[in-house]
Design a protein around this ligand. Structure first.
Ligand SMILES: *[C@@H]1O[C@H](CO)[C@@H](O)[C@H](O)[C@H]1NC(C)=O
Ligand SMILES: *[C@@H]1O[C@H](CO)[C@@H](O)[C@H](O)[C@H]1NC(C)=O
Length: 295
């Protein structure tokens, strides 16, 4: 009996043409190696038979992909991915997308900046994305890599220098709550996609076109500071202790990005899981994300 159920399940998916999935990896990671996103791609392919998964490689090789996560300007990365997605024939009927860590805010950049030129983007899952930026990079987690240490030092001293903004990816989403004016003026990526300087209506319309925007926060995250940024929360302006949830921020109250509308219509989903950054049990992912949003 169990075997038959399995076969029926399988036929159902083959006939249903599962919606393709796009993955965007995080800092210090790459698209395809076996022990990271490569394994996650295989996991999705196992759980959703017949699914097409495009794990984005930013660059011509794995090494470039790794380096670009630190040094290729997010505005360029977003443009690069917009082109890649527009030219992928497998995605032409629409797709879901999952962003890991900084890949999640870059994915949102893609939705907002070129969503109107792409096939329908249905559900976007943000796993530990830094939607209000970061203020601090406490350590590099498992990636005790020289590049990461260099990045940490530079961010603490010079994040808003123009040359740093131009040359260091993480500076473009550095958010200093003690100097909001500087952040709004100088952040070359995040302040723009969060409509902090001006309101771009295309951004709002494109984001609102999603079926669901799912924000996952890791409750024991030791890498992202503050972890509330994963739900669009951040420090209240002028200090770095008291946190404001999205609902109490100006971004929400003045609805500069259309998030209030999305929340009220049930499209903005907040999930959390107890682990550290990007650590989650597979069963949790299957129940909370795969079944509701990816099937
Ligand atoms: C891919 O290679 C070309 C030719 O060497 C180079 O100009 C381009 O910048 C590379 N792409 C990326 C995204 O690094
Ligand atoms: C708003 O965003 C769209 C899409 O990226 C862009 O084409 C347009 O120039 C932007 N408008 C303004 C006023 O910045």
């Amino acid at each position: 009996m169990k075997k038959w159920l399995g076969i029926i399940f399988l036929i159902k998916y083959i006939l249903a043409h599962p919606t393709p999935i796009v993955l965007w990896h995080g800092m210090g990671d790459t698209c395809c190696v076996d022990f990271s996103l490569g394994a996650f791609k295989q996991f999705l392919e196992r759980e959703i038979p017949g699914v097409y998964v495009n794990s984005l490689r930013i660059g011509n090789s794995t090494i470039e992909d790794f380096e670009n996560g630190y040094f290729m300007h997010p505005n360029k990365q977003v443009e690069y991915v917009c082109n890649m997605l527009a030219n992928d024939p497998e995605l032409q009927d629409g797709f879901n997308a999952i962003g890991f860590s900084q890949g999640a805010q870059f994915l949102r950049g893609v939705v907002q900046r070129c969503g109107h030129k792409l096939p329908p983007i249905k559900n976007v899952i943000s796993l530990g994305g830094q939607h209000q930026g970061v203020y601090g990079l406490p350590h590099c987690g498992a990636l005790q890599h020289a590049t990461c240490d260099y990045v940490r030092k530079l961010l603490n001293y010079a994040a808003y220098y123009s040359w740093v903004q131009h040359s260091l990816v993480q500076a473009t989403y550095w958010h200093d709550p003690l100097d909001e004016i500087m952040y709004k003026k100088s952040s070359q990526f995040l302040a723009d996609i969060n409509n902090e300087r001006k309101i771009n209506k295309t951004y709002i319309a494109n984001l609102n076109r999603l079926e669901n925007f799912v924000l996952v926060k890791f409750d024991s995250d030791s890498i992202v500071q503050p972890r509330e940024t994963e739900w669009f929360g951040f420090y209240a302006p002028g200090q770095a202790e008291r946190l404001l949830p999205l609902e109490e921020s100006n971004l929400y109250k003045k609805d500069r990005l259309g998030l209030r509308k999305m929340k009220e219509s049930g499209k903005l989903i907040f999930l959390s899981t107890p682990g550290d950054h990007l650590h989650f049990p597979q069963e949790w992912f299957v129940e909370k994300i795969l079944k509701p949003y990816l099937l």
